[in-house]
Ligand binder design. Structure first.
Ligand SMILES: Nc1ncnc2c1ncn2[C@@H]1O[C@H](COP(=O)(O)OP(=O)(O)OP(=O)(O)O)[C@@H](O)[C@H]1O
Ligand SMILES: [Mg+2]
Length: 224
């Protein structure tokens, strides 16, 4: 059974009396242990799609199934809290907290038990992603854009959930850092069994995915 499945997902925005259809009967499925990418032009609806599968917004029609269960029945909030981690396009960090504290806050959101040494884990995760101890203790509004991006990724990795969603997570990073981050996503999927879904404009990232989808005119198609 697929970990996550969408069935005829529909979404539109209402512009006055005009409806702008963003997703048209989108049916697609995602498995554990795989690294997926979603490509598509700016404005094609990639972020919209991610917010639906993250249960941050509700589809106009169609269903999203998690392990075969309708997420509406599970309850959007519970589904999100227990299963989803998101790295947003605009990092969504808490500016007055340090990098380490931002990771801690994320760890405490899920119902999953916090490990005893959670501070240590937060520092280690940050270090893993290239934020040393000095920077980890700095408020995030005193970090560069690329560094904040990394904190956002460390935060997403800190909760022990099955689905990691990322919206252009490497947009502000140089090529070398981008490759390192892609390695981390691959590792999370292949060694830790996560389902990793990344929206990107980068063909280099897409080339490393197990499967790539292309969003065009409201349709999400597997990329050959
Ligand atoms: N709240 C909203 N109300 C009306 N239209 C919206 C709203 N949010 C997004 N849109 C429009 O819906 C379309 C899809 O937006 P979305 O953010 O999903 O695109 P995207 O593929 O993520 O683009 P980008 O690559 O630039 O991030 C765009 O044309 C956008 O302007
Ligand atoms: Mg977007």
């Amino acid at each position: 059974m697929a970990l996550l499945k969408t069935e005829k997902l529909e979404y539109f925005y209402q512009d006055g009396d005009r409806r702008r259809r963003i997703l048209k009967e989108t049916s697609v499925s995602f498995d554990k242990g795989k690294f997926y990418t979603i490509l598509g032009q700016s404005g094609s609806g990639k972020t919209t799609f991610l917010s639906l599968i993250a249960a941050l917004d509700e589809p106009k029609a169609g269903k999203i199934l998690f392990e075969g269960k309708d997420i509406k029945k599970i309850g959007y909030e519970q589904y999100r809290r227990d299963n989803i981690s998101i790295v947003f396009q605009s990092y969504n960090l808490v500016p007055y907290l340090t990098a380490m504290e931002n990771v801690l806050v994320a760890m405490s959101i899920t119902d999953n038990q916090l490990p005893d040494n959670h501070q240590e884990i937060a520092y280690n995760l940050l270090d893993y992603i290239g934020i040393d101890r000095t920077k980890a203790d700095r408020k995030v509004n005193q970090l560069s854009g690329g560094e904040q991006q990394r904190v956002a990724i460390a935060r997403a990795l800190s909760t022990n959930v099955d689905i990691i969603l990322a919206d252009e997570p490497t947009g502000n990073l140089d090529e070398e850092m981008e490759l390192e981050i892609v390695e981390i996503f691959k590792e999370l999927a292949r060694d830790h069994g996560k389902c990793v879904i990344v929206v990107t404009h980068s063909n280099d990232i897409a080339n490393q995915a197990d499967q790539t989808f292309y969003l065009k005119k409201g349709e999400l198609k597997a990329y050959e």
